[in-house]
Design a protein around this ligand. Structure first.
Ligand code: PBG
Ligand code: ZN
Length: 325
């Protein structure tokens, strides 16, 4: 009790503060999302995501090299195919945009760990994450296509696959397919707890993946639900997930924290496009200090219990960590 105990004693200078600091973050914890597009010499900035680009494979390699130099050794790929169809065939095409990008990255920058987002929404003309049968997103018919997609990524050389579709049973299906086809060592980072969030807005511009009708509330989770997150996470765990992801991150720190307490698998959190855009906009207007808010939000996601953070700030954060160390 005061005056015997005075918390301020250990806050008197930076060395003392650093000595008792409970949470740390390093570039090794970060995964940087990359958007790859068909074509050559394309490097288009996404207007709602300053500093993030849609780029062709040749340009992608340059950014991948830049990532490595900064110590960001993990990326996740999203693809923008040349054409879309009802069943998302482009997602598992042997020469699809992602498959080309993986092969090029793994040959030019082999140390980089390449994870792929496994979903159909960027490849379907209707923009949903699954195939449509009788006006409904058909869960079971989608599973096989997702597994084919994950397999085609593994065959192209992907280091890890990350299904983001939220169909029931997809982790088991993907695991079984990868194992049958001799990829027992490719981990699955499951978007286990993915909410139907308005914070994905800028991403849908970036990846051109907005649903053409309806919304995703029939498969993504209701933001009001917390207990359901355990059911989703335990299903994915039983089905063979290696990493459990919560998405978005900042508005769902309670969920990250609860999963951390409940499970011993690594936990990932996705600081999504809307979270990035808000910080960028506030910074650009001079309303907040962008760099400090970036560092504080990422630290808070770690403090909540995430081991891994997927963030569009990965490169900026790596630079910042070098500067303050
Ligand atoms: C596709 C997918 C989305 C994101 C990652 N994978 C969009 C969505 O579900 O609508 C969002 C990423 C972001 O907003 O940064 N299934
Ligand atoms: Zn999707």
């Amino acid at each position: 009790m005061f005056p015997e105990y005075r918390p301020r004693r250990l806050r008197r200078n930076e060395t003392l503060r650093a000595m008792i600091r409970e949470t740390s973050i390093s570039a090794a914890n970060l995964i940087y999302p990359l958007f790859v597009q068909v074509g050559k010499n394309i490097h288009d900035e996404i207007s709602s995501m300053p500093g993030v680009y849609r780029q062709s494979v040749d340009q992608l390699v340059k950014e991948a090299e830049e990532c490595l130099e900064l110590g960001v050794k993990n990326v996740i790929l999203f693809g923008l195919p040349a054409k879309k169809d009802a069943v998302g065939s482009g997602a598992h095409a042997k020469d699809g945009i992602i498959q080309q990008a993986i092969r090029e990255l793994k040959s030019k920058v082999p140390e980089l760990i390449v994870t792929t987002d496994v979903c159909l929404c960027e490849y379907t003309d209707h923009g949903h994450c699954g195939v449509i049968i009788n006006n409904d997103i058909d869960n079971d018919a989608t599973l096989e296509i997702l597994a084919k997609t994950a397999l085609s990524h593994a065959r192209a050389g992907a280091d890890m696959v990350a299904p983001s579709d939220m169909m029931d049973g997809r982790v088991a299906e993907i695991r079984a397919t990868l194992d049958e086809e001799n990829f027992p060592n490719i981990p699955i980072m499951s978007y286990a707890v993915k909410y139907a969030s308005a914070l994905y807005g800028p991403f849908r511009d970036a990846a051109d993946g907005a649903p053409q009708f309806g919304d995703r509330r029939g498969y993504q989770m209701d933001p009001a639900n917390s207990r359901e997150a355990f059911r989703e996470a335990s299903l994915d765990l039983e089905e063979g997930a290696d990493i459990l992801m919560v998405k978005p991150a900042g508005a769902y720190l309670d969920i990250i924290s609860k999963l951390r307490d409940e499970y011993d698998l690594p936990i990932a959190a996705y600081q999504v496009s809307g979270e990035y855009a808000m910080i960028k906009a506030g910074g650009a207007n001079g309303w907040i200090d962008e760099e400090k808010v970036m560092a504080e939000t990422l630290l808070s996601i770690r403090r909540a219990g995430a081991d891994i953070i997927l963030t569009y700030f990965a490169k900026d954060m790596a630079r910042y960590l070098k500067k303050v160390s």
